[in-house]
Design a binder for this molecule. Structure first.
Ligand SMILES: Nc1ncnc2c1ncn2[C@@H]1O[C@H](COP(=O)(O)OP(=O)(O)O)[C@@H](O)[C@H]1O
Ligand code: SF4
Ligand SMILES: [Mg+2]
Length: 325
């Protein structure tokens, strides 16, 4: 499988009024062509800022270092002009709340035609034709009604389909979907995820699917990276991750999945994601880990290969330790 995007030792700090927040602490991950890579972790772990780093859409108080290699180029070395050729065209993004990306004051027609015209340099009539084709591709066949509507006249699921249609207008090689179904109810959520998978097969792009929901990961992803406090702590094929989780954090996340038979999670993870203004030394998970050893408070564990399709960053699996059973 060939690699489409490779993130290497990515560090991101934010300078804030309260001091420096050490938000990404040496992130490493690879996304292959034609795969759905899931990035999962609790809120505040750094999933969204990872995707905003890929697109270089960070606020001015951000300091970013490392490498993001996409189709052979290090995105961190490109000029803003060169990034504009990548953003939205080769790498597209959809968000949790499509309302925040659509302009409430304009009809869908105006917004779609403008975007298509802006990048494709075609006339209005051709852009409108393309908009209709795209709406059909995302299973919105009633194109006339949709195009004549304002965003608030459509349901959340329809708005998300429109965002997907707009994201696909440039045939990107990577679609980043940040919690794309979190705001939708369960039935619509399934439809949108299935649509993304269907379009991926048809148009051959890779997907970086960001979610805090392991159920979504299980149904959608080929491989998964588990993120904790700015680090990738485990990466594996989806079946391997669910069958054979190694990192104590991953095990905790899986044990905390609510069982539909009970109202409460089976075993909630204790504690909270730490403040990144003063993150724990060594393994950032150590204050919440039942297996922590003295070395965990001192030395950061590196992400090392556990088996062919499985890597883990935990001292229990480095030369200092053994397996958890
Ligand atoms: N502009 C910013 N300034 C300071 N801290 C930020 C900023 N944006 C995000 N953060 C911090 O970065 C961390 C990761 O945030 P985020 O990527 O949104 O997490 P997730 O998407 O996993 O929920 C959080 O601690 C958040 O408070
Ligand atoms: S390195 Fe130590 S503290 Fe971190 S997850 Fe492994 S055992 Fe727990
Ligand atoms: Mg987020």
């Amino acid at each position: 499988m060939s690699v489409l995007l490779s993130i290497e030792d990515l560090h991101l700090n934010f300078r804030t009024f309260w001091g420096t927040a050490y938000v990404l602490d040496g992130v490493n991950l690879k996304i292959n062509r034609d795969e759905v890579f899931g990035l999962v972790g609790e809120t505040g772990c750094g999933k969204s800022v990872t995707s905003m780093s890929i697109l270089r859409l960070l606020p001015s108080n951000a300091e970013l270092s490392g490498k993001i290699i996409f189709e052979g180029k290090n995105l961190l070395e490109l000029s803003e002009k060169e990034m504009r050729e990548i953003r939205g065209k080769k790498i597209s993004m959809i968000f949790q709340d499509p309302m925040s990306s659509l302009n409430p004051l304009f009809k869908i027609k105006t917004q779609m035609v403008d975007i298509i015209q802006l990048h494709h340099h075609i006339d209005k009539e051709e852009a409108l034709k393309k908009a209709k084709e795209l709406l059909k591709a995302v299973n919105l066949p009633d194109t006339h009604r949709i195009l004549e509507s304002y965003p608030h006249q459509l349901s959340g699921g329809m708005r998300q389909r429109i965002m997907i249609a707009m994201a696909l207008s440039f045939e990107p090689s990577l679609l980043i979907a940040d919690e794309p179904t979190t705001a939708l109810d369960v039935t619509i959520q399934k439809q949108i995820l299935n649509l993304i998978l269907e379009l991926k097969e048809k148009y051959h792009f890779s997907v970086l699917l960001i979610t805090h929901d392991l159920g979504v990961v299980a149904e959608t992803c080929d491989r998964v990276g588990v993120m904790y406090a700015g680090n990738i702590v485990e990466v594996a094929d989806v079946h391997e991750l669910f069958e054979n989780p190694k990192h104590p954090y991953t095990q905790g996340l899986l044990a905390a999945i609510p069982d539909p038979r009970y109202k409460k999670p089976l075993k909630p993870l204790r504690g909270n994601v730490p403040s990144l203004l003063n993150p724990p030394k060594g393994c950032r998970f150590h204050p919440r880990c039942d297996y922590a050893k003295p070395i965990c408070k001192e030395k950061k564990p590196q992400l090392i290969s556990y088996s062919e399709n499985h890597a883990v960053a935990c001292h229990l699996f480095s030369s200092q330790g053994g397996d958890i059973e």
